[in-house]
Ligand binder design. Structure first.
Ligand code: AMP
Length: 299
C-alpha cells in the first residue's frame, strides 16, 4: 500500500463560523446536489470522540478539496464485542467545535435508525484480508466496515476520501472496496498522528488511566525496537521477540504482533522492499492497535 501523503506542516485553515450539520441522508444529499459549480468533495468518515489524528485528515481534505464533509457515526455493525461498543466514547458537542476549528464545512451525524432502517443482509468477504490480524481476531469487523463505508460513499459521493494509517488493515480493505466496486473515488492515507510519548492517538485512549497512558507508550517503543532490528538484520523472529519483551514489561496483554508485506498483509518474502509491523493488545481492558511501516529503499 502506498502512503500518498508524507507528513509535513499543513497550513492553518481559518476556523469557519458555521458548519452545517445534517442528521438525515435526504437533507445532506439535497444540500450537496444544490451546490453550484460542481465542487470537489473530500470526505472524512469517523466514529467521533475526535482528536488530532482525525483533525489531520480534515486539514488534509481542506487543502485538496473545495468542500469537506466529515461524518460521525459509531457503527454497531463493526463491533464484534458489545462491551467495546457500549463503552465507545461519545463527545458530539466537543467534536462539532473541533471540526469547525479546522474548517470542516459539513458534518453528517446520522443515528442508527437513519443508517440501518432494516438490518443489512449483505455480507462482505474481503478474502485473505479477513483471515489475518484484525480480520482474524475481530470476526465480522470488516463486513461491518465494508457496509458502513459503502453506504457513506453512496450518500456523500466524494471525490477523495481520507483514512488514517493507524488502521493499516482497514486502509487495505477500503482500497479493495474502492477497486472491486469501481467507486469513482481516490483514497488518501494519512500517517499516524502520535502523542509526544509516541502513543498513537486513538478515541479509545480516553478510557486509559494516566498510568495506562504512560504504559501504552511502550507499544510504539516496542515497534521502534522491532524496526531497528529489521533494518539491521531483517530477522523477523528477533524483531518480534524484542517487541513482545518491551510491551510485556509494561503489562500489555498482546493479541498479535505480525510482520507482513504491506501490499498483501501476508508473510513477506526475503526480497520484499517494505514491511509493516502490526500490533494489537489490551491494557486496562482497552484494545489498542498500532503499526509501523518499514521502507528498505528509502530508509
Ligand atoms: P475512527 O473514528 O477511529 O473510526 O477513525 C476515523 C479515521 O481517523 C480513520 O481513518 C482512522 O484511521 C483515522 N485515525 C484514527 N486515529 C488516527 C491517528 N492517530 N492518526 C491518523 N489517523 C487516525
Amino acid at each position: 500500500m502506498e502512503i500518498k501523503y508524507k507528513f509535513g506542516v499543513l497550513p492553518l485553515f481559518k476556523p469557519i463560523a458555521s458548519m452545517l450539520v445534517f442528521n438525515k441522508i435526504a437533507s445532506l444529499q439535497n444540500h450537496l446536489r444544490s451546490l453550484p459549480n460542481f465542487p470537489t468533495i473530500g470526505f472524512v468518515p469517523t466514529m467521533g470522540a475526535l482528536h488530532e489524528g482525525h483533525l489531520q485528515l480534515v486539514r488534509e481534505a481542506r487543502q485538496n478539496c473545495d468542500i469537506v464533509v466529515a461524518s460521525i457515526f459509531v457503527n454497531p455493525l463493526q463491533f464484534n464485542n458489545s462491551q467495546d461498543f457500549a463503552k465507545y466514547p461519545i463527545t458530539l458537542e466537543k467534536d462539532e467545535a473541533l471540526l469547525k476549528s479546522v474548517g470542516c464545512h459539513i458534518l453528517f451525524a446520522p443515528n442508527a435508525q437513519e443508517m440501518y432502517p432494516t438490518q443489512p443482509q449483505l455480507k462482505f468477504d474481503f478474502g485473505p484480508l479477513e483471515t489475518v490480524m484484525e480480520g482474524k481476531f475481530r470476526p465480522g469487523h470488516f463486513n461491518g466496515v465494508g457496509i458502513v463505508v459503502s453506504k457513506l460513499f453512496h450518500i456523500v459521493a466524494p471525490h477523495t476520501v481520507y483514512f488514517g494509517q493507524k488502521d493499516f488493515q482497514q486502509c487495505a480493505v477500503i482500497q479493495a472496496l474502492i477497486k472491486d466496486l469501481s467507486f469513482p473515488i481516490t483514497m488518501v492515507t494519512v500517517p499516524t498522528v502520535r502523542e509526544k510519548s509516541g502513543l498513537a492517538m486513538s478515541s479509545r485512549n480516553q478510557r486509559l488511566s494516566p498510568e495506562g497512558l504512560t504504559k501504552a507508550a511502550s507499544i510504539y517503543q516496542g515497534l521502534q525496537a522491532g524496526e531497528t532490528i529489521l533494518l539491521k538484520t531483517r530477522d523477523l523472529e528477533a524483531a518480534q521477540k524484542a517487541i513482545l519483551q518491551v510491551v510485556a514489561s509494561a503489562g500489555i496483554e498482546v493479541e498479535y504482533v505480525e510482520i507482513a508485506d504491506p501490499d498483501t498483509l501476508i508473510a513477506p518474502t526475503p526480497t520484499s522492499s517494505k514491511l509493516v509491523i502490526c500490533f494489537a493488545g489490551f491494557l486496562e481492558g482497552v484494545r489498542l492497535i498500532d503499526n509501523i511501516l518499514i521502507d528498505y529503499i528509502h530508509a
